[in-house]
Design a protein around this ligand. Structure first.
Ligand SMILES: [Zn+2]
Length: 348
């Protein structure tokens, strides 16, 4: 992991906090439910098996077909697909010769790239129509092109100022709109990178929720803080308001996680937040949580177990719906209010 991913969350937040009285973990989600399940899939774009790699472009014959199978098996399951409006990255690691040249290597793209526009959603209406027709599925932003200069080849917002981030996000939303892709205003930044400038850009564009931190290692507890990829020091199992206008939800489960981790999160009243990547193998990298038959079968079995153990006490939802339902909640559990279920109450 790169060092930039590990800046303390407090330091990141201090730069733009206006009123910190409402910041912090939110221990409340939905009346009558004790915990929640969300699942998101990164790196979705129209790449086909005959292009650099399949990333949804083969529609029902590819990875999206596997997700549809999971949705059919579990009618309560909802998905968030993080889609990149004009995907350009081919290699996941630096593979161009000039990666060895000092000065140049910090200023040029070090990974092979597609030409601008090749994967622009406006040029792929069949793909857009397929996404729009997927049941119980919301679409949110995964950057603009998923490329960056220098050694972090994906983290395109990483060293940009607020204006540049705002410009890129506005362009990304414009492509979604012009392509006719239905979407919600949420963001998973490529490379997990979530700078204060990017968070301020979210405010500029009315983006109300973000997912940056991924921690699939820290033991589960109500107080667990993230310490792996992306933002550090935010709640690992509860949504957290990281700015007055911005809710964050951490990823805490993937293909390599044991089922007990999922049960521990649900027993603690948290949000089980499952991550997948649409492509298993890309040049230079294998996603351990790639959407293949093995991972889908694992999740199928896990969801059966969750249904049997917890019945209808689980709120199966999307990141966008979850974040919107919390937009009026304070950082403190809403204990004492009539008819509201608080995790604090349930865990007591
Ligand atoms: Zn990505």
């Amino acid at each position: 992991m790169d060092r930039w991913q590990f800046a303390p969350a407090e330091e990141l937040r201090r730069a733009f906090i206006l009123d910190d009285s409402r910041l912090g973990p939110i221990h409340w989600y939905h009346r009558g439910k004790s915990a929640a399940v969300v699942m998101s899939v990164d790196d979705v774009f129209p790449g086909k098996s005959h292009s650099p790699y399949e990333a949804g472009g083969d529609l029902e014959k590819g990875a999206l077909g596997r997700l549809l199978w999971l949705l059919r098996r579990h009618p309560q399951l909802r998905l968030t697909l993080f889609v990149t409006p004009d995907w350009r990255r081919v290699s996941a690691v630096p593979d161009r010769l000039w990666r060895h040249v000092p000065w140049l290597r910090d200023r040029l793209h070090l990974a092979r790239m597609l030409p601008k526009g090749a994967m622009d959603l406006r040029n792929h209406p069949g793909f857009v129509a397929f996404l729009n027709a997927m049941p119980r599925t919301e679409i949110a932003l995964h950057g603009l092109s998923h490329i960056n200069v220098g050694p972090s080849v994906s983290a395109e917002f990483q060293s940009r100022d607020r204006q540049a981030c705002t410009r890129m996000l506005a362009e990304a939303l414009r492509i979604f709109d012009e392509a006719g892709l239905h979407h919600v205003r949420g963001l998973q930044p490529p490379g997990w990178s979530c700078s204060p400038a990017l968070q301020q850009a979210c405010r500029d564009l009315g983006i109300k929720w973000i997912t940056s931190a991924r921690d699939v290692q820290t033991p589960v507890s109500r107080d667990a803080k993230t310490a792996m990829s992306g933002l550090r020091g935010v709640s690992m199992i509860f949504p957290e308001r990281i700015a007055e206008y911005l809710v964050h939800v951490s990823t805490n489960f993937q293909a390599t996680s044991a089922p007990e981790r999922a049960f521990d999160i649900l027993d603690a009243g948290g949000v089980l937040s499952i991550k997948a990547h649409i492509t298993k193998n890309v040049p230079g990298h294998t996603h351990l949580d790639g959407v293949d038959d093995l991972y889908m079968n694992y999740l199928d079995r896990l969801f059966v177990d969750i249904e049997e153990r917890y019945g209808d006490t689980i709120h199966w939802t999307t990141l966008g719906s979850l974040a919107c339902s919390l937009s009026g909640a304070t950082s403190l559990a809403l204990a004492g209010q009539e008819h509201t279920q608080t995790v604090a109450n349930r865990a007591a």
